[in-house]
Design a protein around this ligand. Structure first.
Ligand code: UDX
Length: 481
C-alpha cells in the first residue's frame, strides 16, 4: 500500500489499549480520533501497523503472501498494466509509477508485441523471486473505465481502451510434490474468492465450483486464463466428479435476505451439497473442510458463545472421511455484495452515498467482526492442521451495532476527506425495526483456534473497515456500484 494510504494511528477512548483489552468485553462509547485530524495523542493507544504479509507457515503448508499483492486483486481497479496502439509495450514508467512493485516487475519483463491481440497469455519466470508472472490480455476486462492505480491516475485522462487492458498476477512456483489440487465450492462468492486468490498465489491448482446464485464471475475473473485455474458453473445439489486433494465446501447463500429468499433451496444446498461433496471426498480420499456458521449457537443472550455445539466431524470420521469444521462468525471485507443486506456493507455504502445509516432496533445488540484475510488464514490453518473438532473462527472484540455505526461513519468521513470529496453534512443514524430472531449478543470464543491452530486475528476492525471503504469508493468511481 502506498505511503499515502499508510495506516494512521488510532486513539480509542473509553477503551483500554488492545493489549489490555479483556476478551468478551463489550466495547462502548468507541470514539476514533485520527492523528491527522486531531491534536490528541494517547501514548497508551496502539499504533496500527500496515500489515505486510498475511498467512502462516505451519503443518507443512505455507500460506504466506504479500498483502499488497492480494490488494492489487481487489483494491486496484481492473486494469493493472496497459499499452497503447497496435502492440502492447507496457514499459511506460510514468504510467506504472503508482502500481505495486510486483507489477512494475511485470512491466519490465512483459512485452507483448506484434499484431494486436484480443486475447493471449505469456509466462515469465523470475529466478530471483522464484515466481512466474502470468500475463493475460483480457478480451473482456472487468471494467472498461477502471481508474489507473493511485499515483499514475494523473497521467491518464481518458478511460483505458478495452483492447489495451492487461492483467498480470505473480504466482509462486510450487514443486509438483507440494502442489495440491483443490476444489472450492462457492469459490466465486465473497469468502471463496479471497480463499481462491490466496491458494492461486501460492501456486496450487484450484477449481472453483459455483452456480453464481449469489457469487459472481467477476470476483475471480482475474484468474481466467491462468493454467492452474478452472471455473465450473455447477450447482452442488448435483454430484460432481473430479480428482482432488482438498475440498473447501463453502457453497451456500450466507446473507440473511439471500438464504431466506428460497428456504427450500437453501436447505437443499446445505444437505444435498454437503452430501455430494462428502461423497467426492470419500472417493478421492480428499480432506474436506465444511464451513458452518456462528448461527448454530442461536442467541446466547447473556453468555458469550460456547466453544462447540455438536461435532459433525467425529460422526463422519468412521466413514473414512477426513473432515474439518469451521464455524464462521461475522466477517467483512472487499467483494462483499454491497446490496446483500448485511450490516458492514449496508453502513459503508449508506455513508459513502450520504444516505441515512439504518440501525435495526435500538442498536444495543452486539456483534464481533473479523476481516476477511484473518478468516482465510484460519480456514487454511484448519484444513492443513490436525484439529478435527469444530473450530470457531471470528473476532472476540464485541461492539454494539450503534457504536459500530458511529465508528464506520467516522472512517468513511476520514477517507472521503483524504480522497478530496468530503460530504457537505454528516449522515444521520436512523432506527428501523429489528428483524425477527436477531441474536442480541454474539462474540466468538476463539480459544480453541488459538490453542490448536495457533490462530489469532491480525487485523484491527478499523484497518479492515478502512480498506473496505476504499474498495467500495473505488468501485463507485468505476460506476460498478
Ligand atoms: O442495515 C443494517 C443491517 C443489519 N443490522 C444489524 O446488524 C447486526 C448484524 O447483521 P448482519 O445481517 O450483518 O449479520 P447477522 O449477524 O445477522 O448474520 C451473519 O452472521 C452469521 C452468519 O451465519 C450469517 O450468514 C451472517 O449474515 C444485526 O443485529 C442486524 O439487525 C443493522 O442494524 N442495520
Amino acid at each position: 500500500m502506498s505511503a499515502k494510504h499508510a495506516w494512521t494511528r488510532v486513539v480509542t477512548t473509553s477503551l483500554p489499549a488492545r493489549s489490555t483489552r479483556l476478551a468478551g468485553e463489550v466495547s462502548s462509547g468507541v470514539k476514533l480520533l485520527w492523528k491527522t485530524n486531531d491534536a490528541v495523542w494517547d501514548d497508551t493507544a496502539d499504533t496500527l501497523q500496515d500489515i505486510k504479509t498475511v498467512g502462516h507457515n505451519r503443518n507443512g503448508f505455507d500460506s504466506v503472501v504479500e498483502t499488497d499483492v492480494l490488494r492489487s486483486l481487489y483494491l486496484v481497479g481492473g486494469a493493472v498494466l496497459f499499452g497503447l496502439g497496435s502492440g502492447f509495450t507496457s514499459s511506460s514508467d510514468s504510467l506504472m509509477s503508482g502500481a505495486p512493485s510486483y507489477l512494475k516487475q511485470g512491466s519490465e519483463t512483459t512485452n507483448i508485441t506484434g499484431t494486436q491481440k484480443d486475447y493471449g497469455s505469456e509466462q515469465t519466470y523470475d529466478k530471483n523471486t522464484n515466481t512466474i508472472q502470468y500475463t493475460t490480455v483480457a478480451k473482456f476486462p472487468p471494467s472498461v473505465s477502471s481508474p489507473m492505480p493511485s499515483a499514475s491516475a494523473s497521467s491518464v485522462s481518458s478511460p483505458i481502451p478495452r483492447h489495451c487492458m492487461l492483467q498480470a498476477h505473480a504466482a509462486r512456483v510450487v514443486h509438483a510434490v507440494h502442489s495440491l489440487t483443490i476444489a472450492v465450492t462457492g469459490g466465486a462468492g465473497f469468502v471463496g474468492s479471497h480463499l481462491v486468490d490466496r491458494l492461486m498465489l501460492l501456486g496450487h491448482e484450484v477449481t472453483v465450483l459455483d452456480n453464481f446464485f449469489t457469487g459472481s464471475r467477476t470476483t475471480v475473473s482475474h484468474w481466467v486464463g491462468h493454467p492452474n485455474f478452472e471455473m465450473v458453473r455447477h450447482d452442488v445439489v448435483e454430484p460432481f466428479l473430479i480428482e482432488v486433494d482438498q475440498i473447501y465446501h463453502l457453497a451456500c447463500p450466507a446473507s440473511p435476505p439471500h438464504y431466506q429468499y428460497n428456504a427450500v433451496k437453501t436447505i437443499k444446498t446445505s444437505f444435498m451439497g454437503t452430501l455430494n461433496m462428502l461423497g467426492l471426498a470419500k472417493r478421492t480420499k480428499a480432506r474436506f473442510l465444511i464451513t458452518s456458521t456462528s448461527e448454530v449457537y442461536g442467541d446466547p443472550r447473556s453468555t458469550p458463545s460456547a466453544r462447540t455445539t455438536g461435532d459433525t466431524s467425529t460422526a463422519l470420521a468412521p466413514d473414512g472421511v477426513d473432515v474439518r469444521v469451521a464455524r464462521i462468525f461475522n466477517t467483512f471485507g472487499p467483494r462483499m455484495n454491497p446490496y446483500d443486506g448485511r450490516v458492514v456493507s449496508n453502513f459503508i455504502i449508506q455513508a459513502l452515498k450520504g444516505e441515512d445509516m439504518t440501525v435495526y432496533g435500538d442498536g444495543k445488540q452486539t456483534r464481533s467482526f473479523q476481516y476477511i484475510h484473518d478468516l482465510v488464514d484460519g480456514l487454511i490453518l484448519l484444513m492443513n492442521g490436525p484439529e478435527t473438532r469444530p473450530v470457531n473462527i471470528g473476532s472476540a472484540h464485541e461492539f454494539t451495532i450503534l457504536d459500530f455505526a458511529e465508528a464506520v461513519r467516522d472512517i468513511v468521513e476520514k477517507v472521503q476527506k483524504e480522497e478530496g470529496n468530503p460530504l457537505a453534512k454528516r449522515v444521520n443514524l436512523i432506527h428501523k425495526d429489528m428483524p425477527v430472531d436477531d441474536p442480541q449478543r454474539r462474540r466468538a470464543d476463539t480459544s480453541r483456534a488459538k490453542e490448536t491452530l495457533g490462530w489469532e486475528p491480525k487485523w484491527e476492525l478499523w484497518q479492515g473497515v478502512e480498506e473496505m471503504v476504499r474498495y467500495y469508493s473505488a468501485k463507485m468511481k468505476e460506476g460498478a456500484i
